[in-house]
Design a protein around this ligand. Structure first.
Ligand SMILES: [Zn+2]
Ligand SMILES: [Zn+2]
Ligand SMILES: [Zn+2]
Length: 369
């Protein structure tokens, strides 16, 4: 049996009502309706996150005797001068006086020291994760997987995401009832399916951890619904660096799904996902930057995700350009990059599979010659 597990989720995206901007998406909450279909989750609005740094104000009152006041005041100055902050571009730990007031109040990932601002040194957050990793390729046709999660699926045997085009091609070649990648016979037995996934979890496979966690969060395949266990598995997968697990945790902490809401933590996970090349996470932190009024940063994020093929990011660059907050060159760059990425994700098999739809693909039989 095939079930859906995808690194990126991006079905048709609802538009944000007034500004027509799009936002966070994750359709895990809808999984209850798909006992054998595993998808990430429904999109919701991201609130802007702003981390305000606390400053230690320990200056003494002036009327306690001149000598004591001077010594204490000197100490307080030393404390203030040694307040260290990491620059999100050069990654050096620097004293706070090397940052402008504007940057001092930003969270570390989007803060730059004055040197970096002057020399135009970009944030690490914008330098990394600009391409999709190899794991985002279909292992059969080697093309980047479609961003639409309905256009790929995996089996519990190997959890390799196979594009629907290759699934259709396998059906036509008579490879049925087996995994098109590892040829393990498919099973409809819930216990067997869970056992296969558990085996991969025990072997330390982060994808299996996230997947099994998703099954626990919904109580699929005969499992007793267990949000805590789901979260533990997801955290383990994220600790092993799985970008999809970071994305999932971004959602969980942002909305407080089975945990206490923690927007700072949610942002850290989303950023970790984006640094790993997670397209939807990149779009979401762009959206968050936009909501916080940082249009320059938002455009840079949206440019990255648009160039990875994300339609909503392209739409947002266009909207920001029409508002006069992005240049025509930004929009042209986004458009070109988006077209190229979409072309790279397209193949005749995929087009045919898309027209058929997932259920029909599975009923395709080998053509008799
Ligand atoms: Zn710096
Ligand atoms: Zn393929
Ligand atoms: Zn397999």
């Amino acid at each position: 049996m095939h079930f859906r597990t995808q690194p990126q989720d991006s079905k048709t995206v609802p538009m944000y009502s007034r500004s027509r901007m799009t936002h966070f998406n994750d359709d895990t909450l809808q999984q209850q309706h798909h006992s054998s279909t595993v998808r990430p989750s429904p999109r919701k609005t991201l609130e802007p996150v702003r981390q305000i740094l606390s400053s230690s104000n320990t200056r003494p009152t002036p009327n306690r005797g001149a000598a004591i006041a001077i010594v204490a005041s000197k100490r307080a100055d030393q404390v203030q001068r040694t307040a260290m902050m990491v620059c999100g571009a050069c990654e050096r730990e620097l004293t706070e006086d090397l940052y402008s007031g504007e940057h001092r109040v930003l969270r570390p990932s989007i803060r730059r020291c004055m040197d970096c601002v002057a020399s135009g040194n970009q944030l690490v957050l914008l330098k990394k994760g600009r391409t999709r990793p190899e794991e985002d390729e279909c292992p059969l046709c080697s093309l980047p997987l479609p961003l639409d999660s309905d256009q790929s699926s995996s089996n519990p045997c190997c959890l390799k995401l196979i594009c629907n085009g290759c699934l259709l091609a396998a059906q036509k070649r008579g490879i049925m009832g087996k995994c098109p990648f590892c040829r393990t016979p498919a099973s409809d037995n819930d216990q067997q399916i869970i056992a296969m996934m558990q085996k991969r979890v025990d072997a330390g496979d982060p994808k299996a951890m996230l997947n099994l966690g998703n099954q626990y969060s919904c109580g699929n395949f005969g499992l007793v619904k267990d949000v805590r266990k789901s979260l533990q598995l997801c955290e383990r997968a994220a600790d092993l660096g799985l970008k999809d697990a970071h994305y999932r945790l971004g959602f969980v902490y942002h909305f407080g799904v089975g945990v206490e809401k923690d927007t700072a933590k949610a942002t850290r996970h989303l950023e970790a996902a984006a640094l790993g090349g997670h397209v939807t996470a990149r779009h979401n932190i762009g959206y968050e930057a936009m909501r916080a009024g940082n249009h320059d940063l938002a455009v840079q994020h949206f440019l990255i995700s648009a160039k990875l093929g994300y339609q909503d990011s392209l739409n947002n660059v266009k909207i920001i350009f029409m508002q006069g907050r992005a240049t025509k060159a930004d929009y042209a760059e986004a458009l070109r990059g988006h077209q190229k990425a979409v072309a790279e994700m397209t193949s005749p098999d995929r087009d045919e599979a898309k027209a058929l739809g997932f259920e029909k693909i599975l009923s395709v039989r080998r053509a008799k010659s």
